[in-house]
Design a protein around this ligand. Structure first.
Ligand code: MSP
Length: 506
């Protein structure tokens, strides 16, 4: 079975922020974990470049829209590169290939007679890029997610897709397939959204009001509604409508924030059913990062965490690590620069980095920089090895978003045991007497090999540091699918250069 992982494609009305960094890193962890087990994996991300708010942002900077989109999307790409996010596709909805696919999709729906033109009256929240009913808004016209914007009254003709006929099929999928949406708590929310009849989905915007978009091929006075346009990237990124996309599409899992559950759990399945395409394999939903104390991050509160600034100060892996270790799929989690600094210092520098540097320094100084030979194992050695192997093995089992923090924590736990093992066994004392030198060799061998396994397990989370650490341990690069195993360091093998993995800062 192939695996196709997608992230949302991000609005480019501002520079990339922490939430965008997180979703891409989470997807990258899953993609790396799957690829190295030998699962064929395709990973797409990109930028959502149409619609009102992108147009407004370009105008505010006095730039031609396309020039603005080029600059901004390059910023997103650059951030993901800095974070070592290895996507296979970076889609831009302004690209001619994407535009052609969207036009193909609307043409098909039009030919099937599924699109109707009619008058519409309502309110539009440019923040959500969605029409709102009065019941969605507060008394003074604000939507829940954008309290600083007033939803504007709009009255215009548009094209609509009738989606109520698909509600039963979506409900049926939700009920019959417990894995369609994870974690389970979001299933109830989606079931709730599907209890009432669905209003027709407005799929167009008049081009004179919203010029930034894909023209409707059958009515040049309109562009395609930005969400309709953006959702289609998921099919397009595996080459729909061309042959061969089906095998990838069957393995499609959409990673999304809880803010976009309705568009992905109601509108997207309805669009697919209207097009005659199968539903994706799953929706993997995550909650949000908030500022300290659960407050929304905002410039005025001064609690915004800028991913680029964190990478400058601590390195990409420290941010990736924080995400993996401290995320929660089901509930919001707080994040702050201070919390990331603390996690870098306490978890990475003091535990993992310290263990690595203690062992390496000692081996270089006392054991000629070679993996020492291994003698008989004591019960303590065996227990330690079993614990590290179990933590590493969890990274070879099928894995989803919600599994990331616990599996990361399990390896960190193993690191703590390993630290204690080395401290208790005190190889530096054992090395002093010829009578205990063999035991010293065994302890160091066991510890180096366990540390190798730790870094192999953590590679999807902290790839750059893990690769440097593995090189320093003289670990042999495996070419076949990863299998967590003990005893992969050969006695007598030389260790590599000795990097400081997680420098202590300030
Ligand atoms: N363009 C639409 C998505 C179209 S997908 C066909 C959009 N873009 S967005 O720029 O607003 O990004 C939304 C996604 O960014 C969220 O679903 C979530 O994955 C991520 N995050 C944005 N803010 C976030 C947090 N504060 N915390 C975690 N992730 C968040 O919606």
């Amino acid at each position: 079975m192939r695996s196709y992982l997608t992230t949302p494609i991000y609005y480019v009305n501002g520079p990339p922020h922490l939430g965008h960094a997180f979703t891409c890193v989470a997807a990258d962890i899953l993609a790396r974990q799957r690829r190295r087990l030998g699962i064929e994996t395709w990973f797409s991300t990109g930028c959502d470049e149409h619609g009102q708010k992108n147009a407004q942002a370009a105008a505010a900077m006095g730039l031609d829209p396309q020039a603005y989109l080029d600059v901004r999307s390059a910023e997103f790409r650059a951030l993901f590169d800095r974070l070592h996010v290895r996507h296979d596709v970076f889609v831009r909805t302004s690209s001619p290939t994407h535009v052609a696919r969207v036009q193909e999709a609307v043409t098909r729906l039009h030919r099937k007679g599924l699109l109707h033109r009619k008058g519409y009256e309502g309110y539009y929240c440019a923040g959500c890029e969605q029409f709102k009913t009065p019941s969605d808004l507060s008394a003074d016209g604000h939507c829940r997610d954008h309290p600083n914007l007033v939803a504007a009254p709009v009255r215009e003709d548009n094209y609509f897709l009738v989606i109520e006929p698909y509600r039963a099929a979506i409900l049926e999928r939700l009920r019959s397939d417990p894995d369609f949406i994870r974690p389970q708590s979001f299933r109830a929310e989606l079931l709730g959204l599907l209890q009432e009849p669905l209003e027709d989905l407005c799929i167009s915007r008049p081009a004179r009001r919203v010029p930034l978009g894909v023209r409707l091929p059958f009515d040049a006075g309109y562009v395609v509604y930005v969400w309709f346009d953006a959702l289609l990237n998921y099919l397009g990124n595996v080459n729909w409508p061309e042959d061969g996309h089906e095998a990838w599409w069957a393995g499609a899992e959409h990673i999304i924030g809880k803010d976009i559950l309705k568009t992905h759990g109601v509108y997207w399945p309805a669009m697919l059913l209207a097009l005659g395409e199968p539903l994706p394999k799953a929706l993997l939903v995550h909650s949000h990062w908030t500022g300290e104390g659960g407050l929304k991050m905002s410039k005025s509160l001064g609690n915004v965490v800028d991913p680029n600034a964190i990478i400058d100060a601590l390195g990409a892996d420290s941010l990736r690590w924080f995400f993996a270790r401290h995320m929660r799929a089901e509930a919001d989690s707080a994040i702050s620069v201070e919390m990331i600094r603390q996690s870098h210092a306490a978890e990475l520098a003091n535990k993992l980095g310290n263990l690595h540097s203690r062992l390496l320094k000692f081996t270089h100084a006392t054991l000629e920089g070679r993996v020492p030979p291994r003698g008989d194992l004591t019960l303590t050695d065996q227990a330690l090895r079993a614990m590290v192997l179990a933590a590493a093995r969890s990274w070879a089992a099928p894995m989803n978003l919600e599994d990331i923090p616990a599996r990361t924590a399990a390896v960190l736990d193993a690191v703590q045991h390993l630290n204690r093992y080395v401290t208790d066994a005190a190889p530096w004392s054992l090395a002093k007497s010829p009578a205990t030198k063999a035991r010293c060799d065994t302890v160091v061998h066991v510890a180096l090999d366990a540390l190798r396994l730790v870094f192999e397990a953590l590679w999807p989370v902290i790839p750059a540091s893990a690769e440097r650490a593995l090189a320093s341990l003289g670990a042999v690069e495996e070419t076949a699918a990863w299998l967590p195993q003990l005893d992969r360091l050969r006695g007598g093998a030389p260790l590599g250069a000795f990097p400081i993995l997680f420098p202590r800062t300030g």
